[in-house]
Design a protein around this ligand. Structure first.
Ligand SMILES: *Cc1c(COP(=O)(O)O)cnc(C)c1O
Length: 371
């Protein structure tokens, strides 16, 4: 057997007729940038996220950048976030001229530990940027409470959390703004790059709409210094089709996680913990082991693809080193970075594939527990 990390070809084959028709419609209309296909997707995605507005952009990174700008963040400001994330979360903060102030993660959920936020707040702090890593939201109630009390904005990095829920509330609908990525491998993926900002705030929505399109209120009237961050028509059309299937795909991911847990939990493998508050959407299914390299080699030898999300926390990346942070600054993030191993996880997976992957992982665990 051969198990890929994900399988976008099978997904396309299943939806080929619908997707092809939607793409051809865009080409016939020649509305290649923004246009009706994107507008239609924005409406549908806002409603899916239980948010009043969704503004489509050309990547998740652009979504984060514009959300931070709309919140008024710029040079001299600090944004509280976690070092255990994809680098884009932090890059977007630097794009604005602001700097990240890191807090460590909760080692069980891999998301921001709210009990560490207060100590990181300074007079320069403007916002908190929690990351809903792997498809599970951060513990939002205490984050929102601190933000309210200290007058900080909250921007959710929901790039891995389409449809995830916190106590019944959708990712992207709880903070001032939510940022999504539609990179092809994400739970809702375009056929190219894509992203969106969700918000219940009309002013933020208006600002982001202008910023993504050269800061223009109407064509050639530039109110703000903006960007070319527009979504392409074809991506809007593909995403509109795929949005109809996301609940079905999410339920499949959740069922696969349950099946992995049923096979790996009793074998003693450290499996992902879904918090009581969470509807976890399992963008990534990460197990933990101090013997990661050996496990990954065994998986590769068995023709099973795996991944590491992420091997180096951002505060230890060459490009993002800051004098105030070093090895040991964030023990939970650093330990997670050295131990997490992502197993194949995609909606089209079969129980046979899950059983096969689990047998290799359980054998690795058993071998090293006895020895
Ligand atoms: C994918 C991702 C992003 C960036 O999205 P792009 O669409 O690749 O720009 C940001 N944050 C997190 C947590 C991500 O996983």
């Amino acid at each position: 057997m051969n198990v890929p990390f994900q399988d976008l070809k099978t997904q396309y084959r299943d939806l080929k007729t619908e997707i092809d028709e939607a793409v051809v419609r865009v080409m016939d209309s020649s509305a290649f940038v923004l246009g009706p296909a994107v507008a239609e997707f924005e409406q549908a995605f806002a409603s899916y996220c239980k948010s009043d507005n969704a503004i489509a952009v050309n990547s998740g990174t652009s979504a984060l950048h514009l959300a931070l700008l709309a919140a008024g963040i710029g040079p001299g400001d600090e944004v509280i976030t976690v070092p255990f994330t994809f680098v884009a979360t932090v890059a977007a903060i630097y794009y604005t001229g602001a700097r990240p102030a890191y807090v460590d993660i909760d080692p069980q959920s891999f998301t921001m530990d709210p009990s560490r936020i207060e100590a990181a707040i300074t007079p320069r702090t403007k916002a908190i940027l929690p990351v809903h890593l792997y498809g599970q939201t951060a513990d939002m109630d205490p984050i929102l409470e601190i933000a309210r009390r200290r007058n900080l904005r909250v921007i959710e990095d929901a790039a891995q959390a389409h449809g995830a829920e916190y106590k019944g509330r959708r990712a992207g609908s709880m903070g001032d703004m939510g940022c999504f990525s539609f990179y092809p491998g994400k739970n809702l993926g375009a056929y190219g790059e894509g992203g969106a900002v969700t918000t219940n705030n009309k002013e933020y929505a208006k600002t982001i709409r202008m910023l993504r399109d050269w800061g223009s209120e109407k064509k050639y009237f530039h109110k703000l210094q903006g960007y070319n961050y527009r979504m392409e028509g074809i991506q809007g059309a593909v995403l509109r089709v795929k949005l109809r299937y996301i609940e079905q795909w999410t339920e499949a991911r959740r069922a696969h996680a349950l099946e992995y847990g049923r096979l790996l939990g009793p074998a003693g493998v450290v499996i992902p913990q879904a918090k009581d508050y969470a509807r976890h959407v399992y963008h990534v299914y990460a197990v933990r082991t101090p013997h990661r390299e050996a496990w990954q080699n065994a998986l590769t030898a068995a023709q099973i693809q795996s991944g590491i999300h992420y091997p180096i926390p951002v505060h230890l990346q060459d490009a993002y080193r800051e004098p105030e942070y070093s090895e040991g600054s964030f023990p939970a993030s650093e330990s997670a970075a050295s131990e997490v191993l992502s197993l194949p996880m995609f909606p089209e997976m079969t129980n046979e594939q899950i059983a096969y992957v689990s047998s290799v992982v359980a054998a690795q665990h058993a071998a090293r527990t006895i020895a």
